[in-house]
Design a protein. Structure first.
Length: 245
């Protein structure tokens, strides 16, 4: 009888642990999956196994009679250039600076430090990977000048790191579920359009962008997961209470 009670208590403790830690375990699994996806894309892209896929997608945005000509009117080209600027180091830096000033004014120093470490760490990781893989850019006339290697896409990765990290941090502080959903959705949308603009402009292979998205999202999710763990320990500010009905 005592053995049965002991087993029952043990099962309850395991069940309570799994239920309580389910979001954390899911985040770890997703991070691992995104990293594995990045490694798989890197392996296939650098071995030339994604060449047909990359070229097929790139040619969707080129005039078949002149592949150096991007499809669409001039105003569309200007709009895409404006969108791709959202993923530039300068503009992302200004966005991060603005958010960090806000967090500091709100006396959220731990959250500020988390954002800074996340963005700077993601920037360093992107730079090191570009130097390591050293993949040439697509041999196409592009809509802008480029000065670094192609893989992974820095714009795709850094926009994912920045927007999704900020989205996760701000979502934790949002007072309602609707605002939390909107914050995360907006971060994903901005990340998606920045990466897509790089393909349209012909400055990156689609595999570059996919790899940047995977690794950037993994890094952002890792940082937000760390924030949740620290939050439980009282090291980071807790989310605002939900005031919705």
């Amino acid at each position: 009888m005592f053995n049965r009670l002991g087993r029952s208590r043990h099962i309850r403790r395991v069940r309570d642990f799994v239920t309580g830690e389910a979001p954390l375990l899911a985040a770890i699994a997703l991070i691992s999956g995104l990293i594995l996806a990045f490694l798989q894309i890197a392996d296939e892209a650098l071995e030339g196994e994604m060449e047909a896929f990359d070229n097929a997608i790139l040619m969707l945005f080129r005039d078949p009679s002149n592949i150096d000509q991007v499809i669409g009117p001039v105003w569309l080209h200007e709009m895409v250039r404006d969108i791709t600027a959202l993923g530039s180091f300068a503009l992302l830096g200004l966005i991060v600076l603005g958010v960090c000033v806000y967090l500091l004014m709100a006396k959220m120093r731990a959250s500020t430090l988390l954002v800074v470490i996340s963005v700077l760490g993601g920037t360093l990781l992107s730079t090191v990977l570009k130097m390591g893989y050293n993949r040439p850019r697509p041999d196409l006339t592009s809509m802008s000048h480029q000065f670094t290697a192609s893989f992974p896409s820095g714009h795709a990765m850094l926009s994912a790191v920045t927007f999704m990290t900020l989205g996760a941090v701000l979502a934790q502080l949002a007072p309602t579920r609707a605002l939390r959903i909107f914050t995360i959705a907006a971060a994903i949308f901005l990340t998606a359009i920045v990466g897509s603009s790089r393909i349209f402009m012909g400055v990156h292979y689609p595999s570059d962008v996919l790899a940047g998205w995977c690794l950037g999202a993994a890094w952002a999710l890792l940082c937000s997961t760390i924030a949740v763990v620290l939050q439980r320990r009282g090291k980071v500010e807790t989310p605002a209470e939900d005031t919705s009905a």
